[in-house]
Write a protein that binds this ligand. Structure first.
Ligand code: SF4
Ligand code: SF4
Length: 320
């Protein structure tokens, strides 16, 4: 278990997190934190602000893994039934169009929210000899603390990649890339990085203000790659700690999750942009209409998230 022995009780974690503030605890209050492990959004802000480098997010994930053992898997399965039924053995998996070498891996939420842009990307990549696979990376299951399922999902993806001779994955989802890291034994790149290499995508004119999805918040690697498609100033809006979907915590903390959206909405008069389909869908569904995903603009579809038929769009990926 990650140690909190080095804690200097500065409260920086609490001051930067609505969840810790609500329960008046710091990351070092481990007994209380363990009870509330499924209330945390796993956004990682506590880890990035801690002056002595305590990884609060990692600690809470470890606590969830412990809870999944001590409470019994059945308790978690009962509570997150829908998510587990869809993603434990991904229902809409489709590897028919896998190619060796490089493959496009849009993730599960991008094709749900942006079916037209996804289709345009599939066509564009196919012109470069790159096929597409539909798969869930396993992060939502891993974040529930189901460590055995996490390893089984990753093993399955590794085996399918290996069987097909894939050496490079291009993903449209920062969560997939962050979760995979170097665990698959193949190169994992963002769609923006690959589009730059291929000389594809439109240059967007004008200044742009970005909400950064949690997995890119500390490194901002995706943002740097996106900047190559922007002819203008890029600024960051850091007012919301998460879109509210992180760690499936919304089930217990709906009010906090709604507060994040409200805070972001009130923080600026400018149009906002982001690069996570789940974030865009969540913000728009919650009434924040002034935020767009940057990828449809770069591809030229200017598509808005399909918050009505998103599940159906995901079902269709099974048959592409
Ligand atoms: S991961 Fe995010 S929600 Fe969880 S304790 Fe840290 S800052 Fe708070
Ligand atoms: S930010 Fe780090 S050092 Fe400060 S209270 Fe939180 S865990 Fe302790």
């Amino acid at each position: 278990m990650i140690s909190t022995d080095a804690c200097i009780h500065c409260h920086m974690c609490r001051d930067n997190c609505s969840f810790l503030t609500k329960y008046k605890i710091d990351i070092c209050d481990t007994e209380k934190l363990k009870e509330l492990a499924y209330h945390c959004f796993l956004c990682g802000r506590c880890s990035s602000v801690c002056p002595v480098g305590i990884d609060g997010r990692g600690l809470i994930l470890e606590m969830r893994r412990e809870r999944a053992v001590s409470d019994g898997k059945q308790a978690i399965e009962k509570e997150y039934k829908g998510l587990i039924a869809e993603k434990r053995d991904y229902k809409f998996r489709n590897w028919k169009n896998v190619t060796n070498g490089t493959v496009f891996f849009p993730g599960c939420n991008f094709p749900s929210m942006y079916p037209k842009t996804n289709a345009a990307l599939v066509r564009l990549f196919s012109e470069h000899g790159i096929g597409t696979v539909y798969e869930c990376c396993g992060k939502p299951i891993a974040e529930l603390g189901l460590a055995g399922d996490e390893e089984r999902i990753l093993d399955g993806i590794r085996r399918r990649l290996n069987d097909a001779g894939v050496t490079e994955i291009v993903t449209a989802c920062p969560n997939c890339m962050n979760f995979f890291g170097d665990r698959l034994g193949v190169k994992v790149r963002s769609v923006y990085d690959k589009l730059s290499e291929l000389g594809e995508g439109k240059l967007l004119k004008g200044d742009m203000e970005f909400y950064i999805p949690c997995p890119d918040r500390s490194e901002k690697k995706w943002l740097e790659e996106i900047k190559l498609f922007v002819d203008g100033n890029v600024t960051v809006n850091d007012s919301a700690q998460c879109c509210g979907l992180g760690g499936s915590a919304i089930k217990h903390e709906e009010e906090l999750a709604d507060g994040f959206v409200q805070k972001l909405g009130e923080s600026t008069d400018h149009k906002l942009f982001t690069y996570c389909a789940s974030c865009t869908g969540r913000f728009r569904r919650s009434g924040l209409r002034s935020i767009d995903h940057v990828l449809p603009l770069i591809i030229g579809t200017d598509e808005k998230p399909d918050t009505v038929k998103s599940y159906l769009n995901r079902v269709f990926t099974r048959f592409k």
